[in-house]
Design a binder for this molecule. Sequence first.
Ligand code: SME
Length: 164
Amino acid sequence: MTGEPLRKQPASPQLLAQLDALLVQGEPPLTLMANMASLLYWSLPDINWIGFYLLDDDQLYLGPFHGKPACSVLPLGKGVCGTVALNRRLLNVPDVGSFPGHISCDDASQSELVLPLQYGSKFWGVLDVDSPVPERFDKVTQDFFEQAAAMLAPRLGIGPLFSA
Ligand code: SME
């Protein structure tokens, strides 16, 4: 990637503009997700894991991510990701220890934000963001991630996830 070196920065319109430039319309979904996870992991402070879980056959499978190796399969309706996948609604969990059934993939995680992802009307996965800091995801940060997720959806090109 050319341009400015990566540096830690707040969740801001400037970072969304960097993401905008990185997400080239029509590239395969896995390509876009991989670069999005990397940019946000290296740019935002206090994030220990960020990545995608992809719906397939009523389970969530680990997709592109940055952070330590994580659970490869998550059941629908369980944990934070599975609950979001079932209800198709964002969850902002300020203290993962207080979330019933939270699935711990990295002991460092203290708070978690999970967003549902849709392609048109088709639900296809979640974006999962973990922080080692409790209550990490304030309103500004949550709005930022909602805009980032909304930016991704219309750019997804033809690929194994969406070609059927
Ligand atoms: N904590 C998640 C599992 C995924 S990891 O955090 C990467 C959950 O409860 O669904």
